[in-house]
Design a protein around this ligand. Structure first.
Ligand code: GN1
Ligand code: MG
Length: 363
């Protein structure tokens, strides 16, 4: 994107934007680090919102503004650092929190937080425990956020039942003729229909409560302080919506308790690491004890499996539709991702008794 520096001119940055770098993490939005020079060097994160995915980008930004403001009040009351523990959005020249370019792209931006790293793999149980604490703290801080102020940015985001229906539709339509190339994966998916209603049923009958959740709790959505190795700031607030904390738990486990990257193609290298699972349970529960029931804790292993399956079928659906949703970096990328997630589901089934016994220690 050669026009990133042009776009940058439309925001109230300190100094002049002199260079930028693309950030390649994330499958949806376009993300750039912009460096400004003035009295001092300041870096910003500039993002082009994917309006194919987020059809109401202004609502996405409004959520982000409200959530960050709310978090800042909480962080200040706790004596924390409001500039490092959540994001600080920067307005455009006209005072709006976003800028629309001539091609109707929506851009938003915030100050980069320095002295942090993100990880795509859990390096140690200790670090992943800290990730559990960070997501637990995030949930706690938003526990009294007025949910009626939140726009639903993507309806049915973690409704595995409707995700499954979407997959079936994609199979039936076979728009790009790829069904023949994904027979084993389709078979695996169809054989697992019985797990799709697990979370929805619990929400419906009141066993699993609704709160404000993050909904995309990948390890790489936590900024980890390079000095303390602690998770300090949760990013990617695009899908903060009412949900069950089992969504957040499940998604964190599917990513961070995996032995390999989400798109590893050597499936022998892909399995659930029980020590990581336990570390996350330990960290997460240490923060959210008061807000979670025994039934919800007991549901941890299954929630992880269901959310892993859900993302697996979303990758598979996208492969069958011709890669229209998730960004891909190579042919068959979405099929590779689906296979990888299904391997984790199968391994989670094998380790069910072990994972249940870990959870029992915490009840
Ligand atoms: C997408 O863009 P990113 O990487 O933050 C997706 C998540 C998936 C994830 C899989 C809005 O998130 O739901 O879990 O890819 N986000 C959206 O890596 O669909
Ligand atoms: Mg995301």
């Amino acid at each position: 994107m050669s026009n990133v520096l042009e776009i940058a001119k439309h925001f109230q940055y300190e100094g002049t934007a002199v260079s930028f770098e693309q950030c390649h993490v994330g499958h949806i939005n376009g993300t750039y680090f912009v460096t400004c020079e003035g009295k001092e060097k300041v870096r910003y994160v500039l993002q082009r919102i994917n309006t194919n995915v987020f059809t109401k980008p202004v609502e996405v930004v409004e959520n982000m503004v409200n959530v960050c403001e709310f978090l800042k009040t909480k962080i200040a009351a706790e004596g924390g650092d409001v500039n490092r523990e959540t994001l600080t959005l920067i307005p455009a020249l006209d005072g709006k929190m976003y800028y629309v370019d001539e091609e109707n792209n929506y851009w938003r931006t915030y100050r980069a937080i320095e002295g942090v790293v993100t990880y795509n793999l859990s390096e140690s149980a200790d670090m992943f425990r800290s990730a559990g604490c960070a997501f637990g703290r995030f949930f706690n801080r938003l526990s009294d956020f007025p949910a009626d102020k939140l726009h639903t940015t993507i309806p049915n985001f973690h409704n595995t039942v409707s995700r499954f229906a979407d997959l079936k539709k994609a199979i039936a339509e076979d728009r790009v003729g790829r069904v023949k190339d994904a027979q084993a994966e389709i078979e695996f998916a169809l054989a697992h229909e019985n797990i799709t209603s697990f979370l929805m049923d619990g929400i419906e009958d009141g066993r699993f409560k609704l709160g404000v959740t993050h909904n995309d709790t990948k390890l790489n959505n936590i900024l980890i302080d390079t000095e303390t190795n602690r998770g300090i700031c949760i990013i990617d607030l695009d899908t903060v919506m009412p949900g069950s904390l089992l969504f957040d738990f499940g998604d964190a486990i599917r990513f961070g308790a995996s032995s390999a990257l989400e798109d590893e193609t050597d499936l022998d290298k892909v399995y659930v690491v029980p020590e990581m699972f336990e570390a996350y349970v330990d960290g997460f529960l240490s923060e959210i004890r008061g807000s979670i029931s025994e039934a919800e804790i007991r549901a941890f292993p299954m929630a992880a499996r269901v959310i892993t399956f859900e993302i697996g079928i979303r990758f598979l659906e996208d492969y069958l539709k011709g890669d229209v949703y998730f960004g891909i970096k190579r042919p068959n990328h979405n099929l590779d991702r689906a296979r990888n997630q299904f391997k984790l589901v199968a391994d989670g089934e094998k380790k069910e008794a072990l994972l249940n016994s870990i959870v029992e220690k915490y009840i």
